[in-house]
Design a protein around this ligand. Structure first.
Ligand code: ADP
Ligand code: ASP
Ligand code: MG
Length: 422
């Protein structure tokens, strides 16, 4: 008997018919002798609908007290899902009970709309499991120390599931979604994308942080920290497929470096359309200037991603960086009205229509010329690179958003990702 956590995403929970299928699949696992904790997301489109309603009432201003209410609103999507799934399980003859985050409780910090899980009390869940119940826990939500409902950021149900698995010391966490695993890149953009049987934890962490939405980054961080065995697989296979086959399908996130020497240099391509670029022209090139610019941006709680500072000419330089597109208007405003004048910038420019495309692979640690190959491929497609950022196992470029799909497809081909690795 194993303790298994299943997570089902929005599409997998998209209708009562699909919820019935989820219940049948879960019941199959229970009948095979396992203890099951299930973490569903809101039904597809529901979180957007709920946040859209709030936006109708408050289009621009998002104060901390409004963020508190956004979490109270968005969390209801998952609350409906757990209730429905628990009913469907009971219809399958299972004993099942649903809990919202606060009932477990799943404690988080107070950062509304992007809260971090701090602790999970497993006592109640363990008692239910011991009594033979299936426990259904809301994804995406938690509760802070003052009992305010919080949410974990978009895609946060993945993190709920992995965190519950870590707290319960589950034998495995299975992330059921609308694709049958982690691919070399988003199969919706590149039909030739290939499913990976395994992906290393480090690569998955980069892919997720660079925009692959198949797993929320924090879920991968949790899996790494607590060594939670994690697998991504399809919820659209027939629910009654052989459980042994199901258990080894999809993509396993591995923690040991692959022994295979012939590992592909580049394992995957990630992209992110959610960024925007801002530039300050003609700022004095002197010590402290980066701090004078980025300090106030950080104080405004705006995350900064790629940064570039040009060589100086006549003691002046240009300084660009990217921020999340949601923070773009606020950041541009700050630069135009406060930071720009303070550092005597001659001009402040903004471009929200950029994107970031990244190649990721552990093999890049030991191979030279990988970035050069990426740049050659982009130049052959006449795509201009605006910014570059590298780490040991990734190279990212910022380019015009309109070339994103072209760049991803061309790179996928250039690095032979449509071919099975040797
Ligand atoms: P869920 O609702 O189940 O959480 P998501 O929409 O959050 O599902 O994540 C699954 C989606 O992630 C897929 O439908 C796919 O379009 C996208 N995706 C992006 N990059 C990848 C990748 N490398 N491999 C697989 N899917 C990816
Ligand atoms: N329902 C939330 C969202 O749409 C959480 C999730 O699906 O993981 O972002
Ligand atoms: Mg998701």
């Amino acid at each position: 008997m194993a303790l298994i956590v299943h997570k089902y995403g929005g599409t997998s929970m998209g209708s009562t018919e699909r919820i019935r299928n989820v219940a049948k699949r879960v019941a199959k696992w229970v009948r095979a002798g396992h203890q099951l904790v299930v973490v569903p997301s809101a039904m597809s489109g529901e979180t957007n609908r709920l946040l859209g309603l709030a936006k109708e009432l408050s289009p621009e201003v998002v104060t901390p007290s409004i963020q508190r209410e956004l979490d109270a609103i968005a969390a209801t999507g998952e609350q409906v899902s757990v209730g429905l799934l628990s009913i469907a399980l009971q219809q399958e003859g299972m004993e099942a009970v649903s809990y919202s985050g606060w009932q477990v409780p799943i404690r988080t910090d107070k950062s509304y709309t992007k809260a971090r899980i701090q602790s999970i009390d497993d006592a109640r869940v363990r008692a239910d499991l011991a009594a033979g119940r299936v426990v259904v826990i809301t994804g995406f939500q938690g509760v802070d120390e003052d009992d305010n409902v919080t949410t974990l950021g978009r895609g946060g149900s993945d993190t709920s599931a992995v965190a519950v698995a870590a707290a319960m010391k589950a034998d495995e966490c299975l992330i059921y979604t609308d694709v049958d695993g982690v691919y070399t890149t988003d199969p919706r953009i590149v039909p030739e994308a290939r499913r990976l049987h395994t992906i290393s934890f480090e690569e998955m962490l980069e892919m997720a942080s660079l925009g692959s939405k198949v797993l929320q980054i924090r879920s991968v961080e949790f899996a790494g920290k607590y060594r939670v065995p994690l697998r991504v697989l399809s919820s659209f296979t027939p629910w009654d497929i052989d459980i042994v086959e199901e258990a080894k399908s999809g993509t396993l996130i591995t923690f040991e470096e692959d022994e295979k020497m012939e590992q592909a240099v580049v394992s995957g391509i990630a992209f992110n359309r959610d960024e925007a670029k801002v530039t300050l022209l003609g700022v004095p090139d002197k010590p402290g200037i980066a701090f004078q610019i980025l300090g106030p941006v950080a104080d405004a709680n705006i995350d900064i991603d790629v940064i570039i500072q040009n060589v100086s000419q006549d003691g002046k330089t240009d300084f660009s960086f990217t921020v999340h597109r949601n923070d773009y208007a606020r950041c541009l405003d700050l630069l135009k009205n406060t930071v720009g004048p303070a550092v005597q910038a001659t001009q402040v420019l903004g471009d929200p229509k950029i994107c970031k495309v990244s190649i990721v692979g552990i093999g890049m640690k030991s191979h030279v010329g990988v970035a050069a190959k990426m740049f050659r491929c982009l130049s052959e497609e006449a795509i201009n690179i605006q910014m570059i950022s590298t780490s040991e196992i990734k190279t990212s470029v910022v380019i015009d958003e309109k070339y994103m799909e072209l760049a991803v497809r061309a790179l996928h081909k250039a690095f032979d990702l449509d071919q099975e690795a040797a």
